[in-house]
Design a protein around this ligand. Structure first.
Ligand SMILES: NC(=O)c1ccc[n+]([C@@H]2O[C@H](COP(=O)([O-])OP(=O)(O)OC[C@H]3O[C@@H](n4cnc5c(N)ncnc54)[C@H](OP(=O)(O)O)[C@@H]3O)[C@@H](O)[C@H]2O)c1
Length: 343
């Protein structure tokens, strides 16, 4: 449970903010203890069975607030984090603003939750990792702990909601327009998102050829695991409203069996294995959406695994899906706040 005391959500009208409010209300925080803020004028958002007002963000709000969830983009986080900390608030930042700051823990509670122990007294700041990194590490941490991950190759199939509420609206509108034979308008991405698949919309580094999302997966994995594991990522958007999917190839330091890999993943908290080969039943964005669990399936030995005489191999593959608005952002942020209260 969140410790009693008012809670603020900056970005309350966005897709992550909406999920945060839903989870905060489910945890029994009364509406009068919730401050919803965004950039626009006065409005209201759903909270439990009712509505709460949304105010433009302003400094004075933080004075009587215990915990602040930042879900309004990196620029807003850079502006409001020092103000919230100065007011004595604990801050959970879902943006990329502080993820690579060595003084700010970057935490997935199931993976490196012990990092929260470094923060003794309020005000405390914790960064939520990138959603694609969370999906990757929720699936691979049980393997890393048991056999050591030495090399990862991952391809993502990312929902448009990763780019916010406007991108979801654009996919809906474009899909209708295309089916009706109308002219389509593309404002959120450089490409149409309906009936299309394209390289992730983050900027490409001219020297490495990696886009921002791919670079985040590489750097954040190293920070969270505290290990230099090469992550070769190819990040791609697909015409899915919600929930990211990843195809993962991993090389382990010690050979093992498919059964042992499946058991290790099954035992990991926050993960559910859906892996019915006979029924062709595997993780999908539909199955992951609106859920808290990371779904893992298609667990198999890779064709290029180096096999031992006892049948153990060192390379495995899998397919995973996760609601990135929940475990990739809002749920992970709530878990962080809950973890801070347990100190
Ligand atoms: N979407 C995801 O899958 C995902 C996953 C992990 C992390 N995140 C992070 O979560 C954050 C929110 O993303 P989102 O997808 O929810 O975006 P979104 O749907 O576009 O919502 C953005 C929210 O932030 C508010 N906002 C924007 N600029 C602001 C400012 N300068 N001051 C105050 N409020 C401001 C907007 O308010 P108005 O409506 O009034 O403009 C809106 O409430 C981002 O930092 C993103 O990186 C997103």
């Amino acid at each position: 449970m969140l410790e009693s005391g008012p809670v603020a959500v900056l970005g309350a009208t966005g897709v992550v903010g909406t999920e945060l409010l839903r989870m905060i209300s489910q945890r029994g925080i009364p509406a009068e203890d919730v401050r919803a803020m965004a950039s626009g004028g006065e409005s209201s958002v759903a909270y439990g069975a009712g509505l709460i007002p949304v105010h433009p963000v302003r400094e004075q709000v933080f004075d009587d607030v215990r915990t602040v969830f930042l879900a309004a983009g990196a620029e807003a986080s850079r502006t409001w984090t020092p103000i919230a900390l100065a007011a004595g608030c604990d801050v959970i930042d879902t943006s990329s603003a502080h993820r690579m700051d060595p003084d700010v823990p970057l935490v997935i509670p199931e993976v490196n939750g012990e990092e929260l122990d470094r923060l003794k007294a309020s005000p405390r700041l914790v960064a939520n990792p990138n959603c694609s990194t969370i999906l990757l590490l929720m699936a691979l941490t049980p393997l890393h702990r048991s056999w050591g991950c030495e090399r990862i190759v991952v391809s993502t199939y990312q929902a448009v909601s990763g780019a916010g509420a406007a991108a979801m609206d654009e996919l809906r509108t474009q899909t209708r327009s295309m089916l009706d034979g109308d002219r389509i308008v593309s404002e959120c991405f450089g490409e149409p998102c309906a009936f299309n698949v394209f390289s992730h919309d983050s900027a490409i580094d001219a020297s490495t050829g990696r886009n921002g999302e791919e670079q985040k997966m590489l750097q954040e994995t190293a920070r969270i695991w505290n290990a230099d594991v090469p992550v070769s990522a190819t990040c791609v958007r697909v015409p899915v409203l919600r929930s990211h999917t990843e195809s993962i190839h991993v090389e382990l330091g010690t050979a093992t069996t498919v059964e042992a890999v499946r058991s290790a993943i099954t035992a990991f908290p926050g993960v559910s294995v859906i892996d019915d080969r006979a029924a062709n039943d595997f993780p999908t964005p539909w199955k992951a959406s609106d859920g808290d669990l990371v779904l893992v399936g298609r667990i198999r030995m890779a064709a290029d695994a180096r096999l031992q005489s006892d049948g153990r191999g060192d390379r495995f593959e899998m397919l995973c899906s996760m609601d990135q608005l929940r475990k990739g952002a809002a749920l992970n942020a709530i878990q962080l706040a809950e973890g801070l209260k347990s100190i």
